[in-house]
Structures are given as structure tokens and as C-alpha cells.
Design a protein around this ligand. Structure first.
Ligand SMILES: Cc1cc2nc3c(=O)[nH]c(=O)nc-3n(C[C@H](O)[C@H](O)[C@H](O)COP(=O)(O)OP(=O)(O)OC[C@H]3O[C@@H](n4cnc5c(N)ncnc54)[C@H](O)[C@@H]3O)c2cc1C
Length: 326
């Protein structure tokens, strides 16, 4: 049976999160068998035919004039139409902002369950088992599926992406759907992007986050400087966001973004459970805090007990010196 992957794209480009889902689909297909089929909703053909290189043998494309932005009901219809056509065993989404909205809509329309924000997939005795962190990352839940298809959303940055596209062409099949945007109960009117050129936190390989211990918004210049030296994106704790020092889009945690970068540097962040919920699956965590008993040190791989105002500039200089050596 096929594995269906929702191909999230932006401006005609496949997003890395979709590539991660494709990569996982290919790995699953090696055990479960069956082809990997992509489904994409777009205003016009975004020219994703090269997805064959990434493992998709077929691409179902639903086009509608209203699909320039994410259109919740229309996109859900497209995925449901693809499910009805392909009858897959598994449907993979990313647990990106779009996937977190779309996957439950599809699950509700199909009347099946969804394992959301998963960090591991395995096939045991021919059955798909999904692992997902619960209780703010304190436990891992293993989920088996009773109905079909099994719907799964994958936490961004946890799964290895399929190789970049540079050729190969799956069959692109138009997918007919009935969609009347005027009748939709929710519509995206406008998309406001954050700072130009800033890599989104959920896609960043390296994040440097600052907390309330930085004492004021002006001191984030120090965090920005370290982030620039490391090629990182800046994040923040909720305390900082609530104080109006940083925009909400920078917030990491239970009520902010869930991130899994290769490197997460937490500066003057205590490590409250709600913050850990958003970053504890990062591959390497470095904490800088003047309190040796700060809970952040319990999840840190490397910890510096010290004053951020001394440690961060010194670290920035050290990184710059390393960069200069090439
Ligand atoms: C329902 C709910 C949802 C929440 N969601 C989130 C969320 O999504 N994200 C989130 O982050 N929080 C969230 N919170 C808030 C969370 O509980 C904490 O209040 C918050 O994370 C604290 O932020 P902080 O670590 O920056 O500040 P604090 O807890 O005040 O910690 C500041 C830290 O800085 C250190 N420090 C001070 N000065 C220095 C210095 N000079 N050098 C080095 N270290 C220094 C201190 O030792 C301390 O550990 C949520 C809370 C609730 C109730």
C-alpha cells in the first residue's frame, strides 16, 4: 500500500519539512512496501516534477486560484481526495504551523486518528508505531493505529530530509476537487512574514535564545551578535516575549514554537517546563546561566555557570576567531 506525503511548499519551492516527510516515507516504504505518492495544493503547477529524485513516484496536484496561500478547507479537501484515490496505508504531514492545522482537519474528515508531532516511526510486526513526546517532553508515548490510513505529523528537524531535487520526474496527475472559497468558514487573508532573511525558528539548524536574565531588550544585541557569528536564528523565552522585548514569533516553548535544531544555546533562561517542552528534542543543548541550580542544566549537554554579560561576548569572539580561521 502506498505512503502519501503532503508536500508543503511555499512560493513554488518544496519546504524542507516536506523533504523530511518524504525522506521518512521512503524509509517506511522500504519496510511496508508500496510507492511514495506526494499530494500538493497550489495556485498553479509549482513545477515540483523533480520530486522523483526525492522518492515520490507520483505527484497528485490540486490547483485552485485560491491556493496561493494556505486555504484550510481546500487543502484538506485535496488531501482527502488524494487519500480516496490512492488508498494509502500511511499519510505523512509535517507538524509545521500548516501541518498542525491541516492534519487534524483531514483526520476529522476521514474519521481516523492522528498521531501528532511525532519524533520517531517504526514498523513492528508489520504495524506502524509512532513515538511522540508528551507531558512537555517528560515521557514518550507510543501510538499504534486501529483504523486506516494512519495519519502522522512529524516534528520538524527531527527526520533526515530526502536529497535535494535535481532531476527525475514522477508522473504529475491533476487532482480534481470541488472547492468554493466563499463558503469556507476560515480563510487566510494575509501572510505577514517576520524579519526579512531570518530563517524560521522551526527550520533553523542553530538557535540562540535569550531569557529574562538579560534584563532588557537592548541586551539582545549581544544575543544577535552571537547568533550572527554562529549563523543562528534568535529565539526567546515567554517571559521575554510577555515583556515585549521580542515578538511572539520568537517564542520557544509550549505556547510558542517547538524546535529541534542541531544546536540550541539557552542564555539566561531558567528552563521552566513550558520552555523545555519546545526545545528539549534539540540535538545539542548549551546553557549559560549564573545559577548552578537552574533547571535548564538538567537537559543541557554543555553548561556554563557564569554571567551571560561576560560569557556571551567572550563566546562570540571565540566563534568569530574560529570562523576567521576558516
Ligand atoms: C500555560 C503556560 C505556558 C507557558 N508557555 C511558555 C513557553 O511557551 N515558553 C516559555 O519560555 N515559557 C512559557 N511559560 C512560562 C514559563 O513558566 C517561565 O515563566 C518562563 O519560561 C521563564 O522565562 P525565563 O527563563 O526567561 O525567565 P526566568 O525564569 O526569570 O529565568 C531567568 C534566568 O536567568 C538567569 N540569569 C539572571 N541573570 C543572569 C545573568 N546575568 N547571566 C546568566 N544568567 C542569568 C537566572 O538565573 C534565571 O535562571 C509558560 C507558562 C505557563 C503557565
Amino acid at each position: 500500500m502506498a505512503i502519501l506525503v503532503f508536500i508543503e511548499q511555499k512560493g513554488g519551492l518544496v519546504r524542507t519539512v516536506a523533504r523530511e516527510a518524504l525522506g521518512e516515507a521512503v524509509r517506511l516504504a522500504a519496510t511496508l512496501g508500496g510507492p511514495v505518492v506526494g499530494v500538493c495544493a497550489a495556485a498553479a503547477d509549482p513545477g515540483l516534477a523533480a520530486l522523483g529524485e526525492a522518492g515520490a513516484s507520483e505527484l497528485l496536484l490540486a490547483t485552485h486560484a485560491s491556493f496561493g496561500h494556505y486555504e484550510p478547507a481546500g487543502y484538506a479537501r485535496a488531501v482527502v481526495a488524494a487519500v480516496e484515490k490512492v488508498k494509502p496505508a500511511v499519510v505523512l504531514f509535517s507538524a509545521s504551523a500548516m501541518g498542525r492545522d491541516l492534519a487534524p482537519r483531514v483526520a476529522a474528515r476521514l474519521g481516523v486518528g492522528l498521531a501528532a508531532d511525532c519524533t520517531g516511526l517504526a514498523v513492528e510486526g508489520g504495524r506502524l508505531i509512532a513515538s511522540r513526546p508528551v507531558y512537555a517532553g517528560k515521557a514518550v508515548q507510543r501510538v499504534a493505529f486501529t483504523g486506516a490510513p494512519a495519519l502522522v505529523s512529524l516534528r520538524p528537524k527531527v527526520f533526515a530530509p530526502a536529497p535535494a531535487q535535481n532531476g527525475g520526474a514522477p508522473a504529475v496527475t491533476p487532482l480534481a476537487i470541488e472547492h468554493d472559497p466563499a463558503a469556507a468558514r476560515a480563510r487566510v487573508l494575509e501572510v505577514r512574514t517576520g524579519s526579512a532573511g531570518k530563517v524560521d525558528l522551526t527550520e533553523a539548524e542553530i538557535i540562540v535564545s535569550g531569557g529574562r536574565g538579560l534584563k532588557g531588550p537592548e541586551n539582545f544585541a549581544m544575543i544577535e551578535a552571537l547568533a550572527a557569528a554562529l549563523g543562528a536564528t534568535v529565539g526567546a523565552s515567554r517571559a521575554v516575549v510577555d515583556a515585549g522585548w521580542r515578538p511572539h514569533g520568537d517564542q520557544v516553548g509550549q505556547t510558542g514554537k517547538t524546535v529541534s535544531p542541531k544546536l540550541y544555546v539557552a542564555v539566561a533562561i531558567s528552563g521552566a517546563i513550558q520552555h523545555l517542552a519546545g526545545m528539549s528534542s534539540s540535538r545539542c543543548i548549551v546553557a549559560i546561566n549564573k545559577d548552578p541550580d537552574a533547571p535548564i542544566f538538567k537537559v543541557a549537554d554543555f553548561g556554563v555557570v557564569g554571567d551571560a554579560f561576560e560569557v556571551v561576548p567572550a563566546l562570540t569572539e571565540a566563534v568569530k576567531a574560529l570562523n576567521a580561521r576558516g
